[in-house]
Design a protein around this ligand. Structure first.
Ligand SMILES: Cc1cc2nc3c(=O)[nH]c(=O)nc-3n(C[C@H](O)[C@H](O)[C@H](O)COP(=O)(O)O)c2cc1C
Length: 169
């Protein structure tokens, strides 16, 4: 199996490379995969979330034998996030995973920054309104929404690694 990924600001790339190293798998950006990934090879596709859609998934499912998919977003992992992902993305039956990546407002254009700003507005406002009643965790959350940050961590890959190991057994 080959890991094919798309990444706009680098978080998905980081996870793809980390996973590739740990599982000794070839890792290839989607834009370079045509011709490099053989017709008989199976693919694990990873891509960033954009308004609930995993960027690049449609192309990947069309071009390759995708056996597993992973969306990388800025929100914390939860069963609800996975459920929404499964509804909004066509994977041709392949299982979907989710990883919390990060948020890099300085690396995206103003329009995208604004789109995310609008989507997180109510959360930011309610955190701001708490003022000194914010917990340290809520302080970190507000700082993340305003200035960005990374939640990329090797431990998050565990479920994917277990699934991959089951596949090869
Ligand atoms: C226009 C836009 C829409 C986004 N929509 C979502 C979303 O629906 N859910 C989410 O969790 N993150 C969303 N994000 C955040 C990215 O998915 C997140 O920063 C991700 O880690 C980026 O991965 P990358 O660095 O590989 O591009 C969005 C970001 C942008 C710029």
């Amino acid at each position: 199996m080959v890991i094919v990924y798309r990444s706009n600001t680098g978080f998905t790339k980081e996870y793809a490379e980390m996973l590739g190293k740990a599982e000794k798998m070839k890792v290839c950006p989607l834009a370079e995969a045509q011709g490099k990934v053989g017709p008989g090879e199976t693919v694990f596709f990873m891509g960033p979330l954009m308004a609930g859609h995993i960027a690049g998934i449609d192309q990947a499912v069309r071009q390759f034998a995708v056996k597993g998919v992973c969306g990388v977003g800025m929100s914390p992992a939860s069963p609800q996030v996975l459920e929404t992902l499964a509804k909004a993305n066509y994977t041709n039956g392949a299982p979907i995973f989710y990883l919390q990546g990060g948020w890099a407002p300085k690396k995206v254009g103003w329009l995208k920054r604004r789109m995310v700003g609008m989507a997180t507005k109510s959360m930011r406002e309610s955190l701001r309104n708490k003022g000194s009643r914010r917990t340290p965790e809520e302080d970190r959350q507000l700082d993340f929404l305003l200035h960005g940050g990374s939640f990329v961590a090797f431990e998050n890959l565990k479920a994917i690694q277990e699934w991959m190991e089951e596949l090869t057994m």
